[in-house]
Write a protein that binds this ligand. Sequence first.
Ligand SMILES: NC(=O)c1ccc[n+]([C@@H]2O[C@H](COP(=O)([O-])OP(=O)(O)OC[C@H]3O[C@@H](n4cnc5c(N)ncnc54)[C@H](OP(=O)(O)O)[C@@H]3O)[C@@H](O)[C@H]2O)c1
Length: 272
Amino acid sequence: MVDAKTRLYGVIGFPTRHSLSPSMHNAAFRALGINAVYLAFEVHPEELGDAIKGFRALSISGLNVTMPHKEAIIHFLDSLSEDSGEIGSVNTVVNRNGKLEGHTTDGIGARRALERVIELGERRILIIGAGGAGKAIAYELAKDNDVVVLNRTPEKVKVLERFGITGDALNRGNLGKYLKWAEVLINATPVGMNSWETPVPGEMLRKDLVVMDIVYKPLKTRLLTEAELRGCKTVDGLWMLVYQGIESFRLWTGLEPDEGLMRGAALESLSQ
Ligand SMILES: NC(=O)c1ccc[n+]([C@@H]2O[C@H](COP(=O)([O-])OP(=O)(O)OC[C@H]3O[C@@H](n4cnc5c(N)ncnc54)[C@H](OP(=O)(O)O)[C@@H]3O)[C@@H](O)[C@H]2O)c1
């Protein structure tokens, strides 16, 4: 029941119409008997500051942040987690007694998705893409593993070098070189989203490679389809979305929602 005690959460982005987060989080609030609702707020970049002022005034309990606000929102927050500060990106805001804290759960979401199929141990990891998601994943995984990031614009990977990450240009030569070295491959570009393109030609994949695509529309991208054909273990991007959502939920409530429930809600929303 929605009443005077109902807490409000939401996602802010531009656009947000197709976000799967409201379905996931509302399902979790219901299942755990928490009196809260989660909405999608479409906020134009020029209105981000006003929106945050409004969220403060209305004591909104927590937010997810998506494109294009993940970096810009930092200027309007009171504090940042260490991870958010290091990579300059926020995907979760927690309202703690009127103070807005910025966090990032993309990296840990990717880690937990990978750990569904392998123990990361000391495996060598190749990430394609150094945008917001690629940087967050690289930073998180480089805490324990050797990580190489290839990016179309090579200058953008330089910022990662201070975390011990090797950055290089995305081209066929480097793909061949680093795929020989890598044990885990992660696509963190939008290549393959709503299209039959792939960032890595199928013939370059080997059976013993673990392949994760963070794109989840379609759920089985061309990269994952070709990886499965070669016998690779694969992880789809919806698992990362589910786990980053679970980590946000945990920051807001201290509780861990059921992953099957969150994925089921996301899948249902994805199919609509
Ligand atoms: N599953 C999840 O939970 C999750 C979470 C976050 C994001 N995502 C998805 O991940 C993708 C990336 O998101 P993001 O926030 O990191 O985006 P972003 O900040 O815009 O970064 C995009 C990255 O992809 C590269 N790129 C774009 N088009 C490319 C192309 N045609 N060929 C090669 N590289 C290309 C960009 O390279 P340049 O630097 O050269 O431009 C950049 O490194 C999106 O599809 C997003 O929906 C999924």
